[in-house]
Design a protein around this ligand. Structure first.
Ligand code: ZN
Length: 150
């Protein structure tokens, strides 16, 4: 297990040092801002949604290693997914980090995002790891509002 833990830590550090999709999305169809006052993490998540599919996702801002890596990996995992699939992923990720049991139920299809399972042991860090995801959900809701008024 410790090898796996080292690998997880390495992946988080790698995404923290070189965050993917770390830029403003000029053609974003929706975006939202998230803030975690407990740690000082602050991100803006940009989405470009076309016909119910996430064509592109990016983020900007700053925070600790966990929140930055989480936002980076999240944007990587969103592209090509439908809004329903994204919402499903949010639920699974949230459950992974907040469920009390050690069961890996629903975990296999989380792929790389499983690296954050260790965060569950540090309740203060759970807010860091989920910040980008809560921001994503806010952006989706904002996007749906935009869609209905168009
Ligand atoms: Zn943080």
């Amino acid at each position: 297990m410790s090898d796996l833990r080292d690998l997880y830590q390495e992946m988080i550090l790698d995404h923290c040092k070189r965050p993917r999709n770390f830029h403003k999305l000029e053609e974003a169809s929706t975006c939202a801002e998230g803030h975690n006052p407990l740690c000082g993490d602050r991100f803006t998540v940009y989405l470009n949604i076309k016909d119910g599919v996430v064509e592109d996702a990016s983020f900007q801002g700053g925070g600790c290693a966990i929140s930055t890596a989480s936002a980076s990996m999240m944007t990587e995992s969103l592209k090509g997914k439908t809004i329903t699939e994204v919402q499903d992923l949010f639920q699974k990720f949230h459950k992974l980090l907040t469920s009390e049991s050690d069961s890996q139920e629903g975990a296999p299809d989380l792929g790389k995002l499983l690296v954050f399972s260790g965060v569950r042991e540090f309740p203060v860090r759970v807010k860091c790891a989920t910040l980008a995801w809560h921001t994503l959900r806010a952006a989706l809701e904002e996007g749906l509002k935009t869609v209905t008024t168009e």
